[in-house]
Design a protein around this ligand. Structure first.
Ligand code: FAD
Length: 402
């Protein structure tokens, strides 16, 4: 009899891992256990097309529901896993104990919520993580409404773009000195600040939220600079934390998420982890990526190791974000950069921001500039670096540089 694989967390990584296992010919049983009511679905449209009302619910699903049965994957929905019994090799839900030979944790991450003392429990205060979250707030995106968006990361900026496309009065506040402070260079932030202001967002940086106030439902936002805004609802996009509680309670090593090695194995070799919840070795340290690319690639890597592969996970990360008509594409990781080169794109509104450490090319942010993104990605895959000074010359064609 083949080994029994149980995967906890039926999201992007869980769906990829189980499908890949079957692809690779896994002949034991596979169970995919999730706490949400829907089959695994893609999250990016939740703050983009789906929130705009331009995408059907079923199109969010990563595979049609029948796929799982057809591939002999037991999909268990709406059933939170509440514990792992490592000595008996069983996962525990309120209804059952499911035995495993190999366990994979793909539990994703959870949005940071506004604390109750700051009005986080008022009606009309929304996070954006699940389909249920987006369904709950969709009706509030009406032209006559005023929205406050808290947080100038990608989720907050995307929600602001949807709000403006729907004609709402939109204020976005960022407590840090600038938007995208954690993830992008000032040059990229400048591009998106201008884009949002040109589209009518009242974007305020260096301004925190003191609290939201209301009579059960949110009515006002009191900002740290003393301003008081009348609002109809608020969207909170202040970051996420890895969903690592299960792993922690089971005694696995935690280090900015569930710590795995290059093989996606946790401190218990029978337990793997992948996706948003897992941190993995990277350039002498450890990183955790919050992206579709990583969820898929790391999960597929874990599946390959479960089936006997002995290689380490070496991603070339990529990410995208859609705001208005602009598409940001990122290749690579900019961690540790000390030099920035910007290049105008060929079309109006297109631009690229290139990150270097010394002479080494690390990453590119390409704004409505797919050619720069593709070229940057190719260089990263080949381990090549264009000379920064030549790259800075807009008259030099990218292809001529390496
Ligand atoms: P998830 O997809 O979150 O899946 C984890 C699943 O595990 C969830 O269903 C969760 O409920 C479940 N779970 C957790 N604990 C338990 C438990 N104890 N028992 C059972 N089930 C459990 N990435 C991009 O690259 N580009 C984008 O443009 C982009 N946009 C995004 C927009 C939004 C609104 C959001 C929320 C994310 C976006 N991302 C984007 C990030 C991307 O969606 C995530 O990185 C990806 O979904 C991670 O996959 P995952 O499988 O690790 O986690």
């Amino acid at each position: 009899m083949g080994r029994r694989v149980v995967v906890v967390g039926a999201g992007q990584a869980g769906a990829s891992l189980t499908a890949k296992l079957r692809d690779l010919g896994h002949d034991g049983s596979i169970a995919l256990i999730g706490d949400e009511p829907d089959p695994p679905y893609q999250r990016p449209p939740l703050s983009k097309k789906y929130l705009l009302g331009e995408m059907e619910r079923e199109r969010l699903y990563l595979k049609p529901e029948r796929f799982y049965a057809e591939h002999d994957i037991a999909l268990i929905k709406g059933e939170p896993v509440i514990g792992i019994d490592r000595s008996r090799q069983e996962v525990i839900t309120a209804a059952q104990r499911v035995p495993y030979d190999v366990l994979a944790l793909t539990t994703g991450s959870r949005p940071r919520l506004l604390p109750k003392e700051m009005g986080g429990d008022l009606e009309g205060v929304y996070a954006v993580r699940t389909l249920a979250d987006t369904d709950a707030m969709a009706d509030a995106f009406r032209p006559e409404h005023r929205v406050l968006i808290v947080g100038g990361g990608y989720i907050g900026l995307e929600a602001a773009a949807v709000a403006r496309a729907r004609g709402l009065h939109t204020v976005l506040i960022e407590a840090a000195p600038r938007i995208l402070g954690r993830v992008a260079a000032p040059e990229t932030a400048d591009y998106f600040r201008a884009l949002h202001r040109n589209n009518g967002v009242d974007l305020r940086e260096g301004v925190g939220l003191r609290r939201l106030v209301g009579d059960g439902r949110v009515r006002e936002a009191h900002l740290a600079d003393g301003a008081v805004l009348e609002i109809d609802f608020a969207v909170i996009g202040i970051g996420i934390d890895p969903a690592a509680e299960l792993a922690e309670a089971a005694g696995l090593t935690i280090d900015n998420g569930i710590a795995v090695d290059g093989r996606c194995q946790t401190s218990d070799p029978a337990i793997f982890a992948a996706g948003d919840c897992a941190s993995f070795p990277w350039e002498g340290g450890r990183i955790r990526l919050e992206s579709v690319q990583n969820a898929i690639d790391q999960a597929e890597h874990a599946a390959a190791v479960i089936e006997g592969a002995e290689t380490d996970y070496r991603p070339v990360p990529w990410f995208w974000s859609d705001q208005y008509a602009a598409r940001l594409q990122i290749a690579g990781l900019n961690t540790g950069y000390d030099r920035i080169i910007t290049r105008p794109g060929l079309r109006e509104g297109s631009q690229s921001v290139w990150y270097f450490r010394g002479e080494r090319f690390l990453a590119v942010d390409a704004m409505s500039d797919p050619k720069s993104y593709m070229q940057g990605k190719r260089w990263l895959e080949a381990g090549a670096s264009p000379p920064p000074d030549a790259l800075a010359d807009p008259d030099r064609a990218l292809k001529s540089l390496v």
